[in-house]
Design a binder for this molecule. Structure first.
Ligand SMILES: Cc1cc2nc3c(=O)[nH]c(=O)nc-3n(C[C@H](O)[C@H](O)[C@H](O)COP(=O)(O)O)c2cc1C
Length: 232
């Protein structure tokens, strides 16, 4: 397909309206595994460092396992939400909405039909001598950390975009990592494999997602030197 044949309106719509969906997840509608695998196949076209493809994907549908993950999620997030919610400013509707929506997910995560845990295989990287040097050189720690999680997030976002275009909602979550070792043991994830997060997946109800209000590019993007606005 050539550039001129692409439907930019549709592409841009999906790119700019793929929201973190929590309250609008349809918890009663089953998600066929075929849809999940189709979206994962698309995700595998994302960039991958040195083409090592150190990503791994754990798709969880077993209700008991989802229940256990939801329990971990709840344990980690509830105290934080309870503490932060009273401090949200009266006029800060957006943060209030995110908090309420996060609370909803916390209370219903066990009912979300599919949980996807993107992982990265650290072992493969560690086998490369140069990578080992990187990992132990604290000056280069940021480069190593960025590479590890950068291995999986572009693909995870492609996965979420592919889901959205098929009528399924999701959101990035990291909260269960508070108990990552216990979860790894529960799921049989071997040593040397790092979990990056948990993506709950379900069909969404309603289809009127919109672009979100974000800080303007003029405040956050610079040209040539930090502080020099990209947009004048
Ligand atoms: C690094 C990162 C961590 C996140 N962790 C969570 C999480 O643990 N739980 C959750 O419900 N959403 C999580 N989110 C989703 C954000 O809350 C969401 O993207 C944000 O509120 C903006 O909403 P939008 O994506 O619908 O525009 C995370 C997003 C990112 C990028």
């Amino acid at each position: 397909m050539k550039v001129e044949d692409l439907d930019h309106a549709s592409i841009d719509h999906v790119l700019s309206t793929t929201r973190a969906v929590r309250r609008r997840l349809d918890l009663d509608r089953p998600v066929p595994l075929d849809v999940v695998t189709e979206c994962l196949e698309i995700a595998l076209q994302a960039p991958t460092g040195f083409n090592l493809q150190n990503w791994r994907w754990l798709v969880i549908t077993d209700p008991e396992t989802r229940g256990d993950l939801a329990e971990v999620y709840r344990r980690a997030l509830l105290p934080f939400l309870d503490a932060m919610e009273p401090d949200i400013a009266e006029d800060d509707d957006q943060t209030r909405r995110v908090a309420a929506s996060s609370r909803y997910l916390l209370e219903h995560l066990d009912q979300v039909p599919v949980h996807v845990i993107p992982c990265t295989v650290l072992q493969v990287q560690q086998e490369h001598a140069q990578w080992q040097e990187l990992a132990y050189d604290t000056d280069l720690w940021n480069m190593a950390a960025s590479s590890v999680y950068g291995e999986v997030w572009p693909a995870a976002w492609s996965f979420m975009l592919a889901l959205r275009s098929r009528g399924l909602g999701s959101s990035l979550t990291m909260i269960h990592l508070a108990e990552e070792p216990a979860v790894a043991e529960r799921l049989g994830i071997p040593e040397g494999v790092s979990q990056a997060g948990l993506i709950p997946v379900a069909y969404f109800a309603g289809d009127d997602f919109r672009s979100a209000a974000r800080r303007p590019l003029s405040e956050i993007a610079f040209l040539d030197r930090w502080g020099q606005p990209l947009l004048s």
